[in-house]
Design a protein around this ligand. Structure first.
Ligand code: FPP
Length: 245
């Protein structure tokens, strides 16, 4: 067995995407293919997330944002929702130990008010413990929905206008972006979705206006260093014009 850690391929950092957003899809199908319970798929998915986070950080990616629980995921069976909550709690409890050494900063976006007090406490704890880590910021989108986020921003701005804090003529894209959960990060340069589905599913709707999209049939638990490198290589071969020529 090789004793050295696999080094990521060397890239010129200035050409790399600063921000990669990921829709981690296919955990259920991964488990089904192996006749395992769905939760085993989610567990393997959490392992894949840890691996990809470390690898992306070593490569020089600054932000990774993953769709870990959508506003629609509450519709799943009680058993699956409570299994996902336990896994999330475990992930948060161990995150500093497992990812802190790799200098990963953890942040959470979304409406966390619906989560248990224990989960909310762990979110605050892990965000604080990792706040000075500098290799990559891994943001977990939890109870997140893009439309919900846009509505919240619109309501906040309406309140600011009503109270005289903001003049209606000053509402522009920059101000709007500053009211989104993602105010601390650049827009994603690349959005990856695994498992062959080709939809955005209410993810980062405002932020992905000019993102490059990468779809792969690989199921999320099988998505590792090789697949991440392939996605980056594909991104680097694209010609981004942002609406220009
Ligand atoms: C989609 O697979 C995945 C999810 C709904 C949850 C994502 C969760 C993880 C990757 C693991 C947990 C993460 C943390 C941070 C604890 P699916 O169930 O929709 O797969 P399917 O379409 O094959 O059924």
């Amino acid at each position: 067995m090789a004793l050295f850690k696999k080094k990521p391929k060397e890239y010129d950092k200035s050409s790399l995407p600063k921000h990669v957003a990921i829709i981690m899809d296919g955990n259920g199908r991964w488990a089904k293919k192996r006749s395992l319970p769905r939760m085993m798929g989610h567990r393997a998915g959490a392992d894949a997330l840890r691996k990809v986070s470390r690898f992306a950080g070593n490569m020089g990616i600054e932000y990774i944002t993953v769709y870990a629980f959508s506003t629609e995921n509450w519709k799943r069976s009680d058993e699956e929702v409570s299994g996902l909550m336990s896994l999330l709690l475990e992930y948060l409890k161990n995150a500093e130990k497992e990812l802190g050494a790799d200098d990963v900063r953890i942040r959470v976006i979304g409406d966390t008010s619906r989560f248990s007090d224990e989960i909310k406490e762990q979110i605050v704890r892990v965000e604080k413990l990792t706040q000075n880590n500098t290799s990559v910021t891994v943001t977990l989108a939890l109870n997140y929905g893009g439309r919900d986020e846009i509505l919240r921003a619109a309501k906040n701005i309406a309140l600011d206008v009503k109270s005289g804090l903001v003049d209606i003529n000053d509402i522009d894209e920059k101000l709007f972006s500053s009211k989104l959960y993602t105010d601390y990060m650049p827009d994603p340069d690349l959005v990856i979705r695994t498992s062959g589905e080709m939809r955005l599913s209410n993810y980062l709707l405002w932020q992905s206006s000019y993102s490059e999209f990468y779809f792969t049939p690989v199921l999320w638990p099988d998505f590792g260093e090789k697949e991440f490198t392939q996605a980056i290589d594909e991104y680097l071969s694209r010609n981004r014009r942002f609406g220009g020529r």
